[in-house]
Write a protein of this length. Structure first.
Length: 69
């Protein structure tokens, strides 16, 4: 069983969540603060959120297609 990796950089106000540790690349989503990391087949293997402290006032509802489950 693989572990989910969660990393938060308080100075940069940046949150990263990785479902799998493998090569891939980040691409844009429909929300400016969120990038999804995908493998070479386009499956989501993680995501990142910039300025995460600014989300205190509202929920974040982002569709990440192809998330492993």
């Amino acid at each position: 069983m693989e572990k989910v990796r969660v990393w938060y950089d308080a100075e940069g106000d940046f949150l990263e969540v990785m479902f799998r540790q493998q090569d891939g690349y980040f691409r844009e989503t429909g929300f400016d603060q969120v990038m999804e990391k995908v493998d070479m087949e386009g499956n989501v293997i993680g995501f990142s959120i910039l300025n995460v402290s600014g989300l205190k006032e509202k929920p974040l509802d982002i569709d990440l297609p192809n998330v492993p489950g």
